[in-house]
Design a protein around this ligand. Sequence first.
Ligand SMILES: *Cc1c(COP(=O)(O)O)cnc(C)c1O
Length: 373
Amino acid sequence: MPALNDVLTARLAAFSPDRRRVLMTSQPLAGGRAAVDGKVYQHFCGNDYLGLSHDIRLIEAAQNACNSGSGAGASRLVTGNHAGYEGLEVALAKHSGHATALVFSSGYAATVGTIAALMGKGDLILADKLAHACMIDGAMLSGATLKRFAHNDMGHAEALLQRYRRQYQSTLIITEHIFSMDGDAAPLDALVKLKNTYDTWLMVDDAHGISVTDYPHKNSVDIWCGTLSKALASVGGYVCGSAALRDYLIQHARSLIFSTALPPAALAAAHTALEVVKAEPWRGAQALLHAQRFAQALDLPQPHAAIVPLILGENARALEASAALKMQGYLVSAIRPPTVPKGAARLRFTFSAAHSDDQVNGVIAATKKWVKP
Ligand SMILES: *Cc1c(COP(=O)(O)O)cnc(C)c1O
């Protein structure tokens, strides 16, 4: 058998250079900036939409919580179920309009664990073509049959339901609320109607919507999930739904059962973030306004959230644009396949309540030359 390193070196060599990913060390800073290699940049590719990652209230809450330990020390089902979970879960349930919430160690773990626990062989999962990798991974792990409908295409989703619904026991439709790489919104009213007509369940991942673009009828969606690690500036994921859903997941979600609980500091920061968000709705509105102003200035489609893609096509062009912006002091990452479809490499701009109008004006000016006339 060839040595492991030889096999891996050969596989890496087969990867074209413009698809190769590298990790860079970076330090997000207050005021919508980040430091890389000792240089400070204007940061337009993070997920700190509400500008809470350096908020003193979150930091102090996390520091105080550290007095009850740096880590949880065990899974939630053993002795890791710190008192901080309860208040956070009550607040998340309330925010979603659902009866309960259950917090996992990440958004990825929440989604994968929930889908795999609920669905199985003989069941059908219908996923939006652009649904996040964690939903697809959960579907594959579940053993259910997975079919994809064209992005936000309700006609296609309905055609699949007409054709296949009766051949399966349970059916789950999965999608994102705000699509992470495109910034557009799923037609949730239409999906709720579809799920009622065809007797399916509906699960929506709200990783990028919370408090920037809130869906008013979250409790008409069976499973409303999201992350504590983006707008809420902490770490963790959550699933909101009925009391029976929560109880069932505690019995069956393997990513909850077989993984250590979150540190108290993470729970405290997330809970404080939810309180701040409730008291300061201007934060989400500010991030959205920045994104809309950027899109308008560059003649791009109006965004539904704080994410604006500039689709450039080839990987090399996206990398070139990202490098040029970096030279001018702007951090904007090039997003390439397999994160986005082939030929749709892009710059993904994200906006934050922490950005000033001047910062947004600057990135508009620097980006103009990359927009096709
Ligand atoms: C980031 C993201 C996740 C994963 O959440 P983490 O807390 O980072 O694991 C899940 N779904 C979507 C749509 C995301 O963008």
